[in-house]
Design a protein around this ligand. Structure first.
Ligand code: SF4
Length: 289
């Protein structure tokens, strides 16, 4: 179900010291990509309930609201993250075409942007991202954690398959746009083997990505129940292990140490960037693992 809504503000101010941007823009509430581990389920709790994956709220005035913000004399042209709690290139965007309008505004107001997606639809707007990269700065990341078909078809049933995401990354890497891979969340006992992670690192490098940021799975808020239920239904043999693993932070400490060591090892082998840097100015840096 799609429902049109209006927003007062196009941008949400973020107060995290760990992120290299301060502003977040979400065209939609909810996301049709249906990732089993989706961290953004909480964002539907503020609306009239509904199913995060099936009840998609569309901010029909998002372009006008953004222009109102950008044309303000107080706008400092700080980096905007395009889709903190939804994928801006989920299927409905093919028809709605908000993103080209948003990118034209960012170009006009010389405002840098960063985006992560699981859709190859972003290639439709590549010329606009290139122009934005020229005039202000642009960064595109694909979220990819595995090439294992059995796993990604279950965990990310409605996104572009990872080989297609890598193919899109190769196209973007030919341009002036900073690009890379978010290898997160790494799923315990499913995508955390050296062979799996090394394949993602290797393909990121071969595709011409500038960076790879990795991160472990956190189960907070409604994501916890949703994901554990998914494991019970789809990987039942792992369910008891998952329950024990997510019992407490202390229970996961030795595991975290092992995975961080593995990631550090891969960092030595693959000369990519591992720290998120601001697109323009500033000294902020985010260590993701
Ligand atoms: S693409 Fe992102 S927002 Fe959409 S379902 Fe997957 S994790 Fe959630």
């Amino acid at each position: 179900m799609y429902k049109n809504i209006t927003c007062k503000n196009a941008l949400n101010r973020l107060n995290s010291n760990y992120l290299p941007f301060r502003w977040d823009l979400n065209i939609f509430r909810g996301c049709e990509h249906r990732c089993s581990y989706c961290y953004a389920l909480y964002s539907h709790e503020y609306l009239q309930g509904g199913d995060f994956f099936r009840d998609i709220f569309i901010k029909e005035n998002i372009v006008e609201a953004l222009e109102q913000k950008l044309r303000s004399p107080f706008w400092k042209r700080e980096t905007i993250n395009l889709g903190g709690v939804t994928d801006s290139y989920q299927p409905i965007e093919r028809q709605k075409q908000f993103m080209p309008e948003i990118l034209r505004l960012l170009i006009r107001y010389r405002t840098p942007a960063t985006i992560s997606t699981k859709s190859a639809l972003i290639l439709r707007d590549l010329d606009l991202f290139e122009e934005l990269a020229r005039v202000a700065g642009a960064d595109i990341a694909f979220s990819i954690t595995t090439l294992d078909e059995n796993i990604y078809k279950k965990t990310e049933p409605a996104s572009a398959p990872p080989p297609k995401r890598f193919a899109a990354l190769r196209e973007i890497a030919k341009t002036n746009i900073r690009c890379g891979v978010l290898c997160m969340p790494i799923l315990p006992f499913l995508t955390d083997s050296r062979a799996n992670l090394e394949e993602v690192f290797r393909l990121t490098q071969e595709s011409g990505g500038n960076y790879i940021y990795a991160g472990l799975l956190n189960l907070r808020g409604p994501t916890r129940g949703h994901f554990l239920h998914f494991i019970k239904e789809n990987f039942s043999e792992l369910y008891p292990r998952y329950c024990a693993h997510y019992e407490s932070r202390a229970a996961r400490a030795p595991y975290r140490k092992t995975i961080y060591a593995l990631l550090s090892d891969l960092r030595q082998v693959y000369p990519l960037k591992y720290k998120a840097e601001p697109i323009q100015g500033g000294a902020e840096q985010m260590e993701l693992f």
